[in-house]
Design a binder for this molecule. Structure first.
Ligand code: ANZ
Ligand code: ZN
Length: 879
């Protein structure tokens, strides 16, 4: 075969590698471990897309190189297969989600294998496998047991089309992340996980890990920690009360800027604030207020807080708030830009120093009272303000602030805080934007929540008086009531009883109908036979929880499952515990983790939270699961749009592989642009990579017979070696591909200077990137060199795989030498020396030589008859 024909070689090597089992990671090997993780795919009906191929190929390159460097590499893969797309598809086609999943997995698997990805298939996992979700349920039960799971009736984002509740993170621009329908608010009973209890650690521990800076920032902002204080304002309704000073209520406001308190000219409460109901009979314009509140409740959080939207509100006529610092009466409003669940659900309005407040004040003609001025203006007189152009939001010097005037903002915050503290008017608080994680879905295709509801146990708990002590999470504490032991979760959620560990998994019943009920209940609720059960505690009649877990549940701990549960470990499936501490200790943490930026606030945060919990209960040895996190950019279609089947602009990797081979697809995906940035697909680019591989093919086959390389070529291949090493650390796959191309161009022009050692090094370097082609050429090279091999053996895989070879190291000294001393002769006699660049050619050397003063003398206008040039040594000018 003289021509490069990928189809002829790719399948063969795929089978060979599988036979050799070289991608299987060994537990407890003496080699240093390296755990490389890619976010496992959701096996959708669309098959693998070029975006998957980009990130998987990139990490595959790292995995292959690390193995060649002598690491014990764990590079596993599995299926994150619960969730809506499959369920929706099932509803449409009438096929069971299980059947669909199986089919999709088979397609994905074939595609991944054809791409030449070196995953360790012996550890394959699937989140929908009962042996897997048994442990997803187990983790939930542990959280429940420790009081980190609780049920609450809360307004949730409701997708009227999918007919389910969504977490905030699943609502994008007010729309359901999956189907794009506008979401509404609906009150529903949900299970929540107390991720907020871990908020501080989720921020602080980012110091321990090496994540891309933008990932850290995004998580920190999402958690949104603010240090501030809450201040009590009393509310009075002067006209209706018997005495004018009669006080009806307190409102707590949260502020990060107590230094501006003298500038507060109004108080605004959220539409959901209890104050409003409480003042129902005092508010003069009750009807107006009520209408406003009703309208606001229907809006989504985003509509209400959107920074560009006009801030609106309605004054609660007849009521006033008292600013505790100076006893000034200020008006009270209800305004929907104030979030009910943040701080106390109320703000003091300081128009002069807050942008939103400034707008609000302009609109409702509130006084704008300047109380902080920039440091340089501090000694100028300030009047009551009111003609400020815009809010001054920075720290400065306090003015118009009574005894505190003249202080800096920092000092002012301290002293005003102390002043309020003495009067018990303030509490120090930390506020988080992060909310607890809504962990129920009213859907079929998910892990059943392993709880039952027992009326009998509910009464037992409710009728007993108890106090839960302060407990460490690794303590086992239960309370005996009557004959039964209750865990913290069972006490905090009266009536809800955990399914015992020995009865896990609670299997998803196999049913034909799983349409969402649309009432807010899961379709499981209709399966009476499954719902009706016995209470595992008291034996009384009980009903199963019919909600299932969100599709993020299975991915919380899958990186541990690869270690302890993957198919290789099938034997232990029925063991009591899969938390094999030795194995976990050997492999964890994950050394490199690659995923999409879109998962930063979701999976990445959730799984860090769950891992910390597992650490707290003593299952895992450290509190962060991922040492390093990187992210790939997405690939846009040739038209610059998002790739999508419905736009008809999606590129099918199978097509590319069919036409050009997997190596071309891999090479192109790596070449397409800086790894962490968005890239646009270009079909001519694919062809370019194919032609490059053709040139590699020809170059290598043509050079088998050469023995020694020229210094120039040797230096070039060592330089290439260095580039690959350096740029791979920085994930600069594209510049590496360019360096390969440059080298091949260079070497192709000097084929007779390219010796076997150079070819060897070149192939070793190229192998992680384009494995099939490299293996084929490597084996041919070995056969060619081994005279004992007869023709018949040629097509058999006889030699060790190139991936069992060691990674080459560049000779730094060789690379460094960039000049040499050129000897200049005239008519064979040495007349001069000069330092010139190593790559100087005959023409360049001649130009340098004849321009030398000494040489000019010897040439003296004579005609040059001949030039003899020995690269990197001498030039002889014959006249
Ligand atoms: C008075 C003030 C004066 C404020 C000033 C800011 C600047 P972060 O940093 O995001 O936490 N706030 C408090 N509770 C709120 C709620 N439930 N809904 C909307 N806004 C709320 O923001 C803290 C600031 O957000 C608080 O500090 C409060 O306005 C507002 F010159 O209090 B500030
Ligand atoms: Zn019971």
């Amino acid at each position: 075969m003289k021509k490069y024909k990928p189809k002829k070689i790719e399948g063969k090597w795929q089978r060979y590698w599988e036979k050799l089992k070289i991608y299987q990671a060994k537990d407890f090997s003496k080699k240093k471990k390296f755990y490389l993780l890619v976010e496992f795919p959701y096996p959708s009906g669309d098959g693998l897309h070029v975006g998957h191929a980009r990130s998987y190929t990139a990490l595959d390159v790292i995995a292959r190189k690390k193995r060649m460097e002598g690491f014990n590499v764990l590079f596993p893969i599995g299926w994150d297969a619960f969730g809506l797309p499959t369920e929706n598809y099932a509803l449409k086609t009438g096929l069971h989600p299980k059947v669909i999943t199986k089919k999709n997995v088979a397609v994905f698997k074939k595609q991944i294998k054809s791409l030449g990805l070196s995953f360790d298939w012996s550890r394959e996992i699937n989140t929908t496998d009962p042996n897997y979700y048994k442990w997803t349920q187990w983790i939930f039960l542990k959280m429940f047991e420790k009081g980190l799971a609780y049920q609450a009736k809360i307004p949730i984002n409701w997708c009227p089309s999918c007919k389910i509740g969504l977490a905030n993170e699943e609502v994008i621009d007010n729309k359901c992340e999956r189907c794009g329908t506008e979401t509404e608010k609906k009150e529903i009973k949900q299970w929540l996980l107390k991720i907020t209890q871990y908020a501080d650690r989720l921020i602080n521990d980012l110091n321990q890990v090496d994540y891309l800076e933008k990932i850290k920032t995004q998580q920190i902002n999402w958690i949104g920690r603010s240090f501030g204080i809450t201040i009590k304002f009393s509310i009075i309704c002067p006209l209706q009360s018997i005495s004018n000073s009669h006080q009806f209520a307190f409102v707590e406001v949260f502020t990060t800027r107590v230094d501006t308190i003298f500038g507060a000219t109004a108080l605004v409460v959220a539409p959901e604030h209890l104050l409003i109901e409480n003042l129902k009979f005092k508010i003069e314009n009750w009807q107006e207020v009520r209408n406003y509140v009703e309208a606001a409740k229907r809006k989504s959080d985003l509509e209400r807080t959107d920074l560009v939207k006009e801030k609106t509100g309605v004054e609660l006529k007849g009521c006033k708030a008292i600013n505790p610092i100076n006893n000034q009466e200020i008006p009270v409003f209800v305004g929907d830009y104030v979030i009910a669940t943040y701080g106390g659900g109320a703000v003091m309005v300081v128009p002069a120093h807050d942008k939103r407040d400034f707008e609000f004040a302009k609109k409702y003609h509130l006084p704008i009272k300047e109380v902080v001025v920039p440091r340089i203006n501090a000694n100028q007189d300030t009047d009551q303000g009111g003609n400020l152009e815009e809010a001054f939001t920075e720290d400065g010097i306090l003015v118009n602030s009574g005894e505190f005037s003249g202080l800096t903002s920092e000092k002012g915050r301290e002293e005003i805080t102390a002043w309020l503290e003495k009067r018990r008017l303030k509490k120090k608080t930390v506020q988080y934007k992060l909310r607890d994680w809504i962990f129920s879905r009213q859907h079929y295709w998910g892990e059943p929540i392993p709880l039952v509801f027992c009326q009998n146990c509910k009464e037992l708990v409710e009728n007993s008086k108890f106090q839960i002590p302060n407990l460490k999470l690794n303590e086992n504490w239960k309370l005996k009531i009557g004959n039964y032991q209750f865990t913290v979760g069972e006490l905090l959620n009266p009536g809800w009883i955990a399914v015992p560990e020995s009865k896990l998994p609670v299997k998803l019943p196999y049913v034909k109908k799983y349409e969402p009920s649309g009432t807010g209940e899961s379709p499981l609720a209709k399966i009476e036979k499954w719902v009706e059960t016995k209470c595992p505690k008291c034996g009384g009649p009980a009903k199963r929880e019919t909600d299932t877990m969100p599709n993020w549940a299975g991915s919380n701990w899958y990186y541990l499952a690869y270690i302890t549960l993957g198919s290789k470990n099938a034997k232990i499936k029925n063991k009591k515990s899969i938390w094999d501490k030795r194995k976990i200790k050997y492999w964890m943490p994950v050394d490199w983790y690659n995923g999409g930026m879109e998962h930063t606030n979701l999976h990445l945060l959730y799984s860090r939270f769950v891992y910390k919990f597992l650490y707290d209960i003593g299952i895992v040895p450290q509190s962060e699961p991922y040492k390093k996190r990187i992210a790939h950019g997405i690939i846009l279609a040739e038209d610059g749009q998002k790739m999508s089947k419905s736009f008809g602009n999606a590129i099918n990797p199978d097509e590319i592989i069919k036409n050009y081979g997997a190596d071309t697809l891999r090479g192109y995906e790596l070449f397409i642009g800086p790894y962490d940035q968005t890239a646009t697909w270009q079909t001519h680019g694919v062809k370019g990579v194919f032609r490059f591989l053709e040139r590699v093919w020809i170059l290598v086959l043509d050079c088998f017979k050469n023995k020694k390389s020229s210094l120039e070529i040797e230096r070039a291949v060592h330089q290439l070696n260095k580039t690959v090493n350096d740029d791979l650390e920085k994930l600069k796959f594209n510049t590496i591909m360019a360096a390969f191309m440059e080298f091949v161009n260079f070497a192709s022009e000097r084929k007779n200077e390219v010796g076997l050692e150079t070819i060897k090094r070149f192939l070793l370097l190229l192998a992680p990137f384009v494995p099939y082609l490299s293996e084929e050429l490597w084996q041919r090279m070995l056969i060619n060199a081994d005279k004992s091999v007869n023709k018949r053996a040629r097509n058999q895989s006889k030699f060790a795989s190139i991936f069992q070879e060691s990674w080459p190291h560049p000779d730094e000294k060789l690379i460094k030498r960039q000049t040499f001393t050129l000897i200049i002769q005239v008519n064979g006699r040495v007349r001069d020396y000069v330092e010139v660049p190593v790559d100087v050619d005959e023409k360049g050397a001649k130009e340098i030589a004849i321009s030398r003063e000494k040489i000019k003398k010897w040439l003296a206008n004579q005609k040059i008859k001949k030039i003899v040039f020995v690269p990197q040594r001498l030039i002889n000018i014959v006249v």
